[in-house]
Ligand binder design. Sequence first.
Ligand SMILES: Cc1cc2nc3c(=O)[nH]c(=O)nc-3n(C[C@H](O)[C@H](O)[C@H](O)COP(=O)(O)O)c2cc1C
Length: 349
Amino acid sequence: MVLETNITKMLGIKHPIIAAPMGPFYTTELTIAVSEAGGLGVLSHSALLSDYRKGRNPVQIMKENMLQVVEHTDKPFGFNIRTSRREIAAPQLASEIPRFIMENQRLKEQCIYAITSAGSSKTLPASKDYQKLKESGSKIKHFHVAPALWLAEKCVASGVDGMVITGGEGGGHQSYEKVSTLVLLQQVMQKFPDFPVVACGGFATGEGLAAALAMGAGAVAMGSRLIASNESEFSNEYKGVVPPAKAQDTLLVTGSLGPIRLWKNEYSLHHGLVADKEAKIAQEQAMSQGELVEEMKAYEAAYKGDLTGAVLLGQSIGLIHSVENVKKIIDEIVEDAEKRLKNAYGFLK
Ligand SMILES: Cc1cc2nc3c(=O)[nH]c(=O)nc-3n(C[C@H](O)[C@H](O)[C@H](O)COP(=O)(O)O)c2cc1C
């Protein structure tokens, strides 16, 4: 049995499971593993503070990561651009990466998913190079992350091919509205019943996948579950937080791009949370370059194993009981989802 959905058909993947992007970290090995396992691996908008210090920028890093992926898998994969006004490389990524894909036949065949987030859904479609890539015969689809209903409305109006609907329980970047995935997904499906939607935030099990598909999503995207895999590039210390953590072991704080969900430690407990976007903009204007660097240091520290840093994780950590190979994680989730869906189908009389 296979779970064939609008999203698996659109993206040409076996299973309705997508890797959530997790920048500024590297998810290149993870992308290869997820795509090889039949899901869709996604390259993050990567660039650590140490990369910048070595003169490496996100565009150069993305190109290298893409070449590494096609060297190790012939399956489809995607990439993320964070289009926030604070990401100075975003416009350059939106033009140089489509050009890079267009010039490489393997990339053109395999790189079929561009996911933008944390900013405008118009940045990528406004790029002439992205339009040229589409006209050149690429099957690339553009999705944007919508963490609130009004943002989903903006996405649809801007002509995206699909949306990633991310609720408040998810790890990393969040909206100020803090609506759960369960409610947000229903709001979006009521408003756009036939639109291609990936559900995200809080997914780590077959029960979750079955529920998302039953509600009208065509796939789930997972971050925390895939951090806790043997193939992910996160340090063993970071992975070691996931099991045994409980669902209540995270909290929302203010990050450089808005609210972020972090694991509870001294860093997050003393970081604070601004109330709304206006307060955030005021805080950004007051933020010194030094403070920004300190924040980037805290991300990189945790990624490399210092758990006094900023440990981005979602409430789904309470559902994850072991660090496993990606293939085992995906196979078990799909198998469990099939059982749940068959069981639910039996309720129909
Ligand atoms: C370590 C980490 C880094 C993240 N970085 C990004 C990012 O660069 N771009 C983005 O769109 N979302 C980012 N996110 C959010 C994820 O894409 C996704 O929404 C989230 O992990 C879903 O919740 P889950 O962890 O319960 O699966 C990040 C999440 C984590 C845990």
